[in-house]
Structure formats: structure tokens, C-alpha cells
Write a protein that binds this ligand. Structure first.
Ligand code: FE2
Length: 147
């Protein structure tokens, strides 16, 4: 049985690939590549966050009672911090503003890199632990949301 940790970690790797290709496109002023790669990056990262906030975190909070404080509360807060930066990246892509994209993307990675590490090392393993055999049903819901 696939664990939540494995599945969500693989999604991080996939999303990171789009971020790297978008960064290269921004550096080389390859606008159609930037539109495609950054567009996919933003779409997939937003959906990834939604999978966590709509399906996985509520399941964790329901089973552990950690609703007011705890790892999922911290992760949601960090998602909120990312939102305006994602908007800036989207605006920069539309304006073909490579410097603006790189700046916003740098700001995002300062939050996203440690965020993903915390999820992979703490949040997802705690989720797997908390939901037990329900992991596969939750992953079915998560897969149905994939873009
Ligand atoms: Fe997250």
C-alpha cells in the first residue's frame, strides 16, 4: 500500500521540476516556455495545497484533535504566506517580466523549501500514523483532485 508520505513527496518532486524549468525559462527570456512551465507549477502547487487543506489536514485534525495548534496549523499558515507570492509570480509571467519572476520565485522558495521538508519529515509521517488503514481511501480522494 502506498503511503501518504510517498505519494505527497513524489508530488513535491514533480512540482519542483516545473519550478526549475520555469526558472531557466525566466533567465533566458523564453516566454512561451515560462508561460507553460510556470503555469503548470502554479496550477499544481495550488492543487497540492488544496489536497492537503481539503482532504489530508482535516483527516489528521479529526483523528488527533490537534485543531487549535499542531503541525497542520503551522502548515496552513505557511500556505497563506505563499499565496501573495504566487500571485506575484503569475503577474510576472503574464507581463513577461523575467526579473520580477525570479525575485518572486526566490521569495517563494525561501518558504517552500523548508515547508516541504517539514511536511516530508514530520507532517506526512504523522498523517500516515494517525490515519492508519484509511490512508488508501484518502489517497483515492487526493488522486481524484490531481491536475
Ligand atoms: Fe503544504
Amino acid at each position: 500500500m502506498e503511503s501518504i508520505t510517498d505519494h505527497m513527496q513524489q508530488d513535491h518532486v514533480l512540482i519542483d521540476g516545473y519550478a526549475e524549468r520555469a526558472a531557466t525559462a525566466a533567465e533566458t527570456a523564453a516566454w512561451s516556455d515560462l508561460e507553460r512551465e510556470a503555469g503548470e507549477f502554479l496550477r499544481r502547487l495550488r492543487r497540492h495545497i488544496e489536497m492537503e487543506e481539503v482532504v489530508l489536514f482535516p483527516a489528521f485534525e479529526e483523528r488527533t484533535g490537534m485543531v487549535q495548534a499542531g503541525p497542520s496549523v503551522q502548515m496552513r499558515m505557511e500556505h497563506e504566506q505563499m499565496q501573495p507570492i504566487l500571485e506575484q509570480m503569475q503577474t510576472a509571467v503574464a507581463a513577461h517580466d523575467g526579473a520580477g519572476y525570479r525575485q518572486a520565485s526566490h521569495a517563494l522558495l525561501e518558504i517552500l523549501v523548508p515547508h516541504n521538508q517539514k511536511e516530508e519529515q514530520m507532517m506526512y509521517p504523522m498523517l500516515d500514523q494517525a490515519v492508519g488503514d484509511d490512508a488508501s481511501a484518502l489517497l483515492t480522494q487526493v488522486r481524484a483532485m490531481a491536475v
